[in-house]
Design a protein around this ligand. Structure first.
Ligand code: ATP
Ligand code: MG
Length: 280
């Protein structure tokens, strides 16, 4: 059966079908929630991103790996609307979008947690979550403390952060809990895609495990997640797919369940002949 340009498998109710396409291998795949198409970003003579493609589906963790300077944070900034591509474009649900500002990214449902995010140590958890986006009883009116506390509680519980009081000041929290707060803060805008730039970089083993658990939770909640990380063991523990950038270019796509660290390292370092297996 065919519905528009979409093939509907026999026996499937039409109204339950979400748009699907077939990839080159004939496998069924959903339309990605976020795609980069040939995105290029230059800084003077440096091509930080050179015709990069990336697909992220709902309920999928895509790890983005690569050596220092490979272009990972540049990609995060483009998707966050902090920088504009010099060429190429971004799609949401298969339709081209312009992410002209961080506000535009939020409106499109994209949230980004940057490397070294700043928290206000002397403020409470709830104040940090809503910093710059405080809820008010009415426009220009007093802060709606009650609603902010309720929503903060809800988000922390949904993420199963284990943070019991939203009134604690952030300087009482562990580094892992602080990272949880930055992720929870990204959830305030109810995004569909979350980009996390090195969320485990400064964490102990236990705290790293806690943050990776949060990443898994984001997937369970139906989000598309881009996890930027240097740590391949972490990446393989939670990602569905691993995308390698090298010198600003795509250099391999790996199915996390069936790929080894050695294969991915070879793609990161550019060992001769190293390429990810076709996985899309
Ligand atoms: N604002 C900027 N001005 C000039 N060059 C920049 C700028 N930002 C990044 N670059 C360059 O672009 C390239 C990609 O940098 P980017 O920070 O995206 O890499 P990365 O993969 O995030 O690296 P790391 O793992 O060290 O965080 C590098 O060569 C970097 O020096
Ligand atoms: Mg970076």
């Amino acid at each position: 059966m065919r519905r528009g340009s979409v093939l509907v498998p026999e026996g499937v109710q039409e109204e339950t079908v979400v748009p699907m396409t077939t990839d080159g291998l004939g496998a069924w795949s959903r339309t990605p929630v976020l795609s980069l198409r040939q995105v290029t970003r230059r800084y003077r003579r440096v091509e930080a991103l050179d015709a990069v493609d990336l697909d992220v589906h709902a309920r999928e963790v895509v790890a983005l790996v690569g050596d220092n300077g490979a272009g990972k944070s540049t990609l995060a900034r483009v998707v966050a609307g902090v920088e504009q591509p010099d060429a190429g474009f971004v799609e949401m649900d298969g339709a081209p979008v312009t992410i002209s500002s961080p506000g535009a990214a939020h409106a499109l449902g994209i949230a980004t947690v940057f490397q070294d995010p700043a928290l206000c140590d002397n403020l409470s958890v709830v104040a940090n979550l809503f910093l710059g986006r405080e809820l008010r009883v009415r426009p220009g009116g007093p802060l709606d403390e009650e609603r902010m506390v309720r929503e903060a509680r809800q988000i922390l519980d949904d993420l199963t952060t284990g943070i019991t009081s939203v009134h604690r000041t952030v300087n009482e929290l562990s580094n892992g809990q602080r990272q949880a707060i930055t992720i929870a803060r990204a959830m305030i805008t109810r995004p569909r895609v979350v980009v996390l730039d090195e969320p485990t970089a400064a964490l102990s083993v236990v705290q790293t495990a806690e943050v990776l658990q949060l990443v898994t939770r984001l997937r369970e909640m139906g989000l598309g997640v881009v996890l930027i990380s240097h740590d391949l063991a972490d990446v393989l523990a939670v990602a569905d797919r691993v995308e390698v950038l090298r010198h600003g270019r795509n250099n391999g796509s790996f199915d996390a369940a069936s790929s080894s660290q050695e294969e991915i390292v070879a793609a990161i370092t550019g060992a001769p002949g190293a390429r990810g297996r076709a996985f899309r």
